[in-house]
Design a protein around this ligand. Structure first.
Ligand SMILES: Cc1cc2nc3c(=O)[nH]c(=O)nc-3n(C[C@H](O)[C@H](O)[C@H](O)COP(=O)(O)OP(=O)(O)OC[C@H]3O[C@@H](n4cnc5c(N)ncnc54)[C@H](O)[C@@H]3O)c2cc1C
Length: 400
């Protein structure tokens, strides 16, 4: 199949390397980790060696210094293997973006080099038990103490990498009297001990309940986080106290725009894999004396899938390039996320149908994809929320 997108030599080389990694290390092992719901430690260790935790971190801080466009290509390849693998680096990537864009010089020096190697990993926490889409309704709060630290209290929900992360970029309310709720929120860099459910010592008051049991997206943990008198030093406010206090909402919204391109790339990856599985199975399986791929109804499905994959990839690439060029890309990121996540769901369902009864068997990869794909319709803003963002921004851009 002809490439839909021109890649530089560097992008070509990296994508080939990651595709080979997915073919040799991720795809053959995903079934095991998925069925056991076990963290794919050996795969993550190899990702560290490949430098994948520092793709976008500047070289001066030990990363590869690559742009969002290249990162999105890498995420597509990893997600083609298994979206849980991209889940291990996605929140880390958002955390490193927040630091690179809004962090103080000291914060960058302190965290980025160890984040680039994957020695420390980051989670990203907005959602709470009572809210996800409505971020401005966040209840978790932080109050300044006499010793200058900030005490955080409240409960967070659905924190990907919530247990094994060392840092959580967490949005909390710091000014309850702010005229508009989103003006009174701050992003803290909450440090914790990786892998520990009940933190002690300097991290006391940050507890991680047992991981949430999920339909798919296994292997990578999603947890609640309970902040109960957790003390965070003022220097851990993103950007420093003076610059960052009550600035958390726009910082997080900026990161979400990037996160949408990221989820779009995951949608392309899972849709691409579903297409590959369908192309193979439909040429192997015979009914009525010929391979099912020879029935026009099946060919139409393959045609629709391939069209959606290419369109999703093009939209994702456009949004990433615009963001890299510093152009306003809120509408484009929303369109890419909306279209690619729906394309992921569509292609997975079509591939499932093409597999007939075997699609329902845990022996076949498509069964896992069928459970994994719906997550992309929800994370980083549901399809309904994307439509709201696109619609609102369209009217802003075309005001009469
Ligand atoms: C596996 C997994 C991992 C996650 N990881 C993270 C993470 O790492 N960090 C994090 O912060 N969050 C994470 N999330 C949370 C995710 O971002 C939220 O689930 C998502 O934003 C939706 O929020 P909600 O679940 O509260 O749904 P709600 O906001 O309650 O929405 C429920 C339904 O109502 C619709 N709806 C809501 N408002 C409107 C409206 N105004 N108009 C029309 N329809 C509307 C929604 O589209 C949806 O269909 C994760 C979720 C999952 C499932």
């Amino acid at each position: 199949m002809a490439a839909v997108i021109d890649k530089t030599d560097e992008q070509q080389a990296i994508c080939e390397m990651v595709r080979q990694f997915a073919d040799e290390q991720i795809i053959p092992n995903a079934e095991h980790y998925d069925h056991e719901d076990a963290f794919p430690e050996p795969i993550v260790e190899q990702m560290k060696e490949l430098g994948l935790f520092g793709v976008t971190i500047p070289e001066e801080h030990g990363g590869m210094g690559l742009d969002l466009t290249t990162y999105a290509m890498i995420v597509e390849e990893l997600s083609r293997g298994w979206i849980s693998i991209s889940g291990v680096i996605n929140t880390h990537f958002i955390g490193s973006y927040l630091l690179m864009k809004f962090g103080s010089e000291e914060q960058k020096q302190k965290y980025l080099p160890r984040m680039a190697t994957g020695e420390i990993r980051a989670a990203f926490s907005l959602s709470e038990p009572e809210l996800g889409s409505d971020v401005a309704a966040i209840k978790t709060s932080a109050k300044k103490q006499d010793d200058g630290t900030w005490e955080i209290n409240g409960q967070k929900m659905w924190v990907t990498n919530g247990l094994r992360s060392d840092l959580v970029f967490v949005l909390v309310r710091t000014d309850p009297s702010a005229e508009k709720p989103h003006k009174g929120m701050t992003c803290f860099i909450a440090e914790k001990e990786a892998g520990v459910a009940e933190n002690t010592g300097p991290y006391k008051g940050l507890n991680v309940p047992p991981q949430i049991k999920k339909m798919g997206y296994k292997g990578v943990e999603s947890t609640e986080l309970v902040f109960d008198g957790y003390r965070c030093p003022a220097e851990n406010i993103l950007g420093g106290e003076e610059a960052g206090l009550n600035k958390g909402f726009p910082q997080m919204m900026d990161a979400l725009e990037l996160g949408r391109v990221n989820v779009a790339a995951r949608g392309v990856g899972i849709a691409q894999r579903a297409l590959e599985l369908a192309l193979r199975y439909s040429q192997e399986r015979k009914t009525f004396g010929k391979p099912i791929a020879q029935h026009q109804a099946i060919q139409f499905k393959l045609a629709d899938m391939a069209t959606q994959v290419d369109a999703a990839r093009l939209l994702t690439n456009r949004a990433a390039r615009m963001k890299d060029a510093g152009e306003r890309s809120d509408i484009e990121a929303g369109m890419a996320k909306l279209f690619a996540s729906e394309a992921g769901r569509f292609c997975v369902e079509e591939a499932f149908r093409i597999h007939g009864g075997y699609g329902y068997s845990k022996e076949y990869e498509i069964e896992r994809l069928y459970r994994d794909a719906p997550l992309l319709l929800i994370g980083e803003g549901t399809s309904e929320i994307q439509r709201m963002v696109i619609g609102r921004k369209l009217l802003e851009r075309h005001k009469i």
